[in-house]
Ligand binder design. Structure first.
Ligand code: HEM
Length: 406
């Protein structure tokens, strides 16, 4: 049995030799442990920039004890991280502003998501296809706009690299170097870079927003994580990804948030490329299949008190989160498993660790922890319906709130 992706935007939509090749580039080259480590300073720079910016805001006497809208801060980290990882370029500055190229970039990302949603509807609801008949033309225009910008950024990047003799760590450099070895066309390279951006941006910031909402709602869990951070890191230095192995409770919080709030609750659509029998059902060739990982992760026959946010459950039984244990599949499983899973886990854990070590988080004035609204906004990607608002209170010495640039 094998599945291919039903969708137009993913360049490896059909499971064939092209997909195998591109996937090899992802698994062996782009997401190798060596590159993940080489790009760590970028992640740490972005996370500490977020901490500095929250600190600045909350230290302003006018903002004291006022809540902040978390989504903007988390979104900037995810956005900058992914654009630096792919193109080696940071678009959002420390004041939250963006230049013209950045605005165009963001516009293309949200347009791509909109078009992707429509293509998805048309594929899943055949009688609605007439309604999306003009989408092919819109998609072609979108791709032209995307390619124009990408080529401009690539040219700038090449120029800068020629001047400075920069490194080969970013995806764009790696793909240029590997172009011949794997026989990659320019279209494939552009498609790959954009798949990373669409797949890796919102998913990461959404995961942290849900986790933070659970931590504001559950002060017991928040304080236990802060005790662990204080014990392992102390209060005279900041956390680094290299500390993760000594922070099992923090890691369990990230896992528990991904269990209760998988950002893609139905994973990505799969298409059966042969007739198969699955769990007693006949799945005909060409059928679109969704796996409801949200429901599996809340199944009371598998999980004890499934609705409860209780990271301790992973101390009682260690459950893999990267596709090897079918009870917990926020990143999917098998050949199509998310290639960015480890990168995502590192970034989510790092954002959570810094937010918890640097600040105490409470609900806005007049809201009790148990009243934090955890309603979901249904969709391919699940956002919180009410964006999280929370009050940050610094808990470390002032000198530890400085960004640590690369
Ligand atoms: C918490 C964050 C993330 C979650 C929950 C997540 C989840 C997923 C899921 C469920 C799939 C589909 C798996 C399947 O169909 O079996 C997927 C695919 C994918 N993800 Fe992620 N992802 C995250 C972050 C990232 C990041 C940071 C990147 C890259 C920078 C990334 C790149 C991709 C790509 C390229 C695919 C398509 C793979 C293919 O079709 O073969 N993801 N992701």
């Amino acid at each position: 049995m094998s599945f291919s992706r039903g969708g137009k935007d993913l360049i490896w939509a059909d499971y064939g030799p092209h997909y195998v090749k591109v996937r090899k580039v992802c698994n062996l080259e782009l997401f190798s442990p060596k590159r993940l480590e080489a790009l760590r300073p970028i992640r740490e720079d972005e996370v500490t920039a977020m901490v500095e910016s929250i600190f600045k805001h909350s230290s302003d006497p006018d903002n004291r004890e006022k809540s902040i809208l978390m989504r903007g801060y988390l979104g900037s980290v995810a956005f900058n991280n992914i654009t630096r990882l792919t193109f080696g370029k940071r678009f959002v500055n420390s004041e939250g502003g963006m230049d013209e190229q950045g605005q165009e970039f963001k516009g293309i990302v949200s347009n791509g998501i909109k078009i992707g949603g429509k293509v998805f509807m048309a594929e899943n609801i055949p009688w609605l296809r007439w309604f999306f008949a003009g989408e092919n033309e819109i998609l072609a225009k979108h791709e032209q706009r995307r390619d124009r910008l990408t080529k401009a950024i690539m040219a700038e990047h090449d120029l800068a690299r020629a001047k400075t003799g920069g490194t080969q760590e970013h995806f764009i450099d790696a793909l240029h170097t590997l172009q011949q070895k794997y026989d990659l066309s320019d279209d494939t390279i552009i498609g790959l870079l954009w798949d990373m951006i669409t797949a890796g941006m919102d998913t990461t910031s959404i995961s942290v927003e849900w986790a933070m909402a659970e931590l504001v709602k559950n002060p017991r869990v928040q304080h236990k994580a802060q005790e662990e951070l204080d014990r392992v890191i102390g209060t005279d230095r900041i956390m680094s990804e290299t500390d993760f192995s000594k922070l099992p409770y923090l890691q369990s919080i990230a896992k528990e948030a991904l269990r209760l709030h998988p950002p893609t609750p139905l994973m990505l659509p799969h298409k059966a490329n042969s007739n198969v029998k699955l769990g007693g059902y006949d799945v005909p060739k060409g059928a679109i299949v969704h796996v409801n990982v949200w429901a599996i992760a809340r199944d009371p026959t598998i999980w004890k008190d499934p609705e409860e946010f209780r990271p301790e459950r992973f101390f009682e039984e260690d459950v893999d989160v990267k596709g090897h244990d079918y009870r917990l599949l926020p990143f999917g499983a098998g050949r199509r498993v998310c290639p960015g899973a480890q990168l995502a886990i590192n970034l989510v854990t790092s954002m959570l660790g810094h937010l918890l070590h640097h600040f105490e988080w409470t609900p806005p004035a007049g809201v009790k922890p148990e009243e934090v609204d955890l309603t979901e906004n249904p969709g391919m990607v699940t956002y919180m319906r009410t964006p999280l608002q929370a009050v940050p209170t610094p808990r470390l010495p002032n000198n530890l709130y400085k960004r640590v640039p690369v």
